[in-house]
Design a binder for this molecule. Sequence first.
Ligand SMILES: C[S@@+](CC[C@H](N)C(=O)[O-])C[C@H]1O[C@@H](n2cnc3c(N)ncnc32)[C@H](O)[C@@H]1O
Length: 343
Amino acid sequence: MSTTFTMIGGEGPNSYREHSKYQRALLEAAKEKINEAISTKLDINFTSNIVNIADFGCSTGPNTFAAVQTIVDAVEHKYPVDTEFQVFFNDTSDNDFNTLFKTLPPGRKYFATGVSGSFFGRVLPRNSFHVGVCSYSLHYLSKVPKEIKDRDSPVWNKDIHCTGFSKDAAKLYLDQYKIDMESFLSSRAQELVSGGLLLLLGSCLPNGVQISETVNGMMMDFIGSSLNEIAKQGLIDQEKLDAFKLHVYLAHADDLKRIIKDNGSFTIEVFEKISHAKGEHPLDPEYLTVSFKSTIGGVVTSQFGQEAMEKTYELVKEKTQEMLPQLAKAKPGMQYLIVLRKN
Ligand SMILES: C[S@@+](CC[C@H](N)C(=O)[O-])C[C@H]1O[C@@H](n2cnc3c(N)ncnc32)[C@H](O)[C@@H]1O
């Protein structure tokens, strides 16, 4: 089973490029705090006039371009010297880097480099970047624990994601998340220069809230139940579906903070809940369906084929419509900005 979680590429109607305004809104909402952190916490000991920026899990754009531009502007404001910028765009090798490079903003003030590889390992040389960003990418696990996928195991998880309600399954997901975050942080700690900053943005869960109580979790539940319906119709293999788990895990805020502290490579300069300009997801079945298609549809296609994916999402749309009253009562998730300075 594929261990990558690739967004739908290109510039078409289902593409991540066309459906990532929700993620973009967090960046916009966090912009002032990012500027402030770069202004007050970044401490570059210049040995040349080159400033290196890295985006880990950049996807195809345009959000990565906005994140990078925010950092370039803030660094130029802090160090109004003759600086040249180099940007490392990192994602897995399945990412649509062609679209990324075709749509690079004209007139940009940086040199662009693609860096393919999993950010759970080293992707850059030691001490090679000054400011890094990772936005909406750290809820993807490198893998799902195998016991959870095994129909014969006592901790087999019948849902396609960690709903949070089975304590044993949740513990296994959290254990894997800790391993992955530890790898991510240790790799970045080696690559980041001393005095450099790492900006993390994304979704986590308020303490005490289970993912299935949020819109994100409910949508994943609809995808799972729709897949089960088409398996019952014989369109996909039930056994294959039983082993299909999304390697997605949204940590609770306190767990995330604890993992960063335990890693010990960084000082937490900012750990804040950010109110999203778009608030929670809009309760529009069309919007929700396409939005979860552009992020999760790719992995469904890679496992079950294009036709099964399209049929699944037709059902997802119907369920979203039927369940609007429940979606309206969903508990809010949490969007965060974390600023880490290398110790
Ligand atoms: C939801 S997109 C976020 C894209 C962009 N950062 C944004 O904020 O819109 C998540 C991205 O993380 C990438 N990703 C997931 N796991 C990864 C890994 N282990 N290494 C590198 N990239 C990864 C996916 O391929 C995808 O492009």
